[in-house]
Every structure is written in structure tokens, then in C-alpha cells.
Ligand binder design. Structure first.
Ligand SMILES: [Zn+2]
Length: 324
């Protein structure tokens, strides 16, 4: 489905078979040329659907000359390779996002790190195998693309007569960026700010000291200062009460962090133990993985703030209250 949001600016919505049910890409038309912001999910019918959507508003998919990616999650980037091959479009994304994409390609290295990270937080070999299967599915869906431009924080990009700025917003994904259009005061937010859920946060399995929550909240602060009149997210309706939504997301994290803290005691617990106490045992594999990530994010933050202790015991990290 394609919707004209403003003159020459479109939202392309495609269905997803899982979780959030749909994803948006955005399209800017300048003369004949088209710039696509994110691509939607690569399914058997996705390319034909996009071609038809564009035709319905008098545009031609072959005129896509630029593809800008907010991050490299499957539902945002997996068609980039297909489109690049079909149209010769240039693909632009941040350096850490391209690095993450390359980890998907270097399967052995990523798999070894996934095993080491999740087993050190108490997951069983069977649970880890299920996560690795998910990673394999992701690898299969994302079509191979080359990066033509690496985008830097605050970089100003020009497409035809339209200017927009790259805003680096790590948190939901390591290399996440948003695109800010100063004249229109609007932001293409990817998954940085969503209207009805707080975006999930990602541990950096290659960096033990990374604080996903702190990083994410700092990225929210950058958006707060922009004075956006409107946000167009990757999922759900566009938002005009931007700073109210940011305040809600901040409050959500504060409340969740306190909730996770209430499960920590003098009894050493792994992140998996805490996850099990909070979410139960009966989650599907992928949900279990997301739940452990959420637990880890708050424990990591509580540890960095000095509220809890982390200790390695029999090759597994355990957490206790800090009474000092
Ligand atoms: Zn995402």
C-alpha cells in the first residue's frame, strides 16, 4: 500500500508475517529520480508489490537512484540488494550498520560469539541453537548489497533540491540512524521512536562494556533537541506529539528497570534465571531470546549504576544486590 504523505513524499507499507505485522518504507520523488528510505521485508511478492504500488501513483521502480537505510534489521533492509541489482541504486548507511550487516555474512564468527555471549548468561545449548537458527533465517532473507556511501552523524545529504541530515541514534540497533528534514521539521525515525511500543534494545555481543539503555536514552535526547513537528516511524502511525512520546518511552524504561531490579536479591541469579522468573518458561524460542535481551539490557544498566553486582561463577555471569 502506498500513501502520499506530502507532495512528492510517500509511505510504502508492506505486510510482515510476524510480530509487528507491517513495516513502512518511505519514498521521496525529485523530478524523475526516487530515493527510498528503508526497503521493507524481502518476501516472494515484495518486489512486485512495490513495483505495483509505485505504478499506481505514476512512479517507476527503476528510477530509484538512492537507498538510505536506518538500520540493518531484516524488515528494514532485506530488499536493498534486490533493488540495487535491479536499478543500480546507491546504498547508504552508517559504518556500524554496515559492520553489523557484515557479521551476518561472516557466519562462523557471529555464531561463535552468539554461543559465547548467550551461554555466559545462562542459556542452554538447545536455546542457543534456536537463536542461531533464527540468525540463519535472517541471513537467508537479507539480499547481498554493497555500501556505496557510509553516512556520518550530522552529515547533510542532498537529493535533488531536498536537504536532510543524518542523526546517529544507536540503541535499538548499534548503527541506527534517523533522517531529519529541517525545512519540513520532520524525521524518518526507523525503529528509534515508535508510537505504541518502546523499541527493543540490542546488547552488543562483541562489547561487554556497552550500555544499550544509556546509549538509547542519549539518542532520544538528540531527537528531543531537534524540535521535530512530525515523526514518521518504521511501524505504526506518524506522530506529532514528539516530545510527549519521548517522555513516555523514558518513563517506560525507568519503570521496567525498577521492575527488573526488584527481582535481584542476595541469591546469585543469571540473566536467564531473572528472565524465567519474569516471563515464565513457556515463551516461543524467538520471544525467549528477546526476553533475555531485555533482561540483559536492564541488568547491564543497573550494574553500571552500581545498584547490583556482576560476578562470573562457573563460566556464567551472576547478579546480586550491591549492599555497599
Ligand atoms: Zn529494527
Amino acid at each position: 500500500m502506498i500513501t502520499e504523505i506530502k507532495k512528492n513524499f510517500y509511505r510504502i507499507t508492506s505486510r510482515m508475517p510476524y510480530r509487528l505485522r507491517h513495516v513502512h518504507a518511505y519514498l521521496l520523488a525529485q523530478d524523475k529520480n526516487l530515493a527510498l528510505f528503508d526497503t521493507g521485508l524481502n518476501t516472494d511478492s515484495a518486489l512486485a508489490a512495490m513495483e505495483k504500488d509505485l505504478q499506481s501513483v505514476g512512479l517507476d521502480i527503476r528510477n530509484i537512484t538512492q537507498i538510505y537505510l536506518t538500520h540493518v534489521h531484516t524488515d528494514h533492509c532485506s530488499m536493498a540488494g534486490l533493488l540495487q541489482k535491479m536499478t543500480g541504486a546507491k546504498v547508504s548507511l552508517s559504518a556500524p550498520a554496515f559492520e553489523e550487516y557484515r557479521h551476518y555474512r561472516k557466519a562462523d564468527e557471529a555464531v561463535a560469539q552468539v554461543r559465547s555471549f548467550y551461554s555466559s548468561h545462562g542459556m542452554t545449548p538447545a536455546e542457543i541453537d534456536a537463536i542461531i537458527d533464527e540468525f540463519e533465517d535472517i541471513r537467508a532473507i537479507i539480499t547481498e548489497f554493497g555500501a556505496d556511501n557510509i553516512l556520518e552523524d550530522k552529515q547533510v545529504c542532498k537529493f535533488g533540491s531536498t536537504q536532510f541530515q543524518v542523526i546517529s541514534t544507536p540503541g535499538h540497533a548499534g548503527g541506527h540512524i534517523c533522517f531529519f528534514f529541517p525545512k519540513e521539521k520532520c524525521l524518518l525515525a526507523g525503529d528509534h521512536i515508535l508510537p505504541y511500543i518502546a523499541p527493543s534494545l540490542t546488547p552488543n555481543i562483541f562489547d561487554d562494556n556497552h550500555r544499550p539503555l544509556k546509549t538509547y536514552l542519549e539518542s532520544l535526547g538528540k531527537i528531543e533537541k531537534l524540535g521535530c513537528a512530525e515523526i514518521h516511524p518504521g511501524h505504526g502511525n506518524s506522530l506529532s506529539s514528539v516530545n510527549e512520546r519521548i517522555a513516555e518511552i523514558r518513563a517506560h524504561h525507568e519503570q521496567r528497570k525498577n521492575h527488573f531490579f526488584s527481582f535481584i536479591s542476595n541469591l546469585p541469579k543469571t540473566a536467564r534465571d531473572v528472565t524465567q522468573e519474569i516471563f515464565g518458561e513457556d515463551l516461543p524460542d524467538f520471544e525467549k531470546f528477546l526476553a533475555l535481551n531485555e533482561t540483559f539490557v536492564y541488568l547491564q544498566e543497573l550494574k553500571s549504576e552500581g545498584a547490583i553486582n556482576e560476578k562470573k561463577q562457573d563460566h556464567v555471569f551472576v547478579y546480586t544486590l550491591n549492599k555497599s
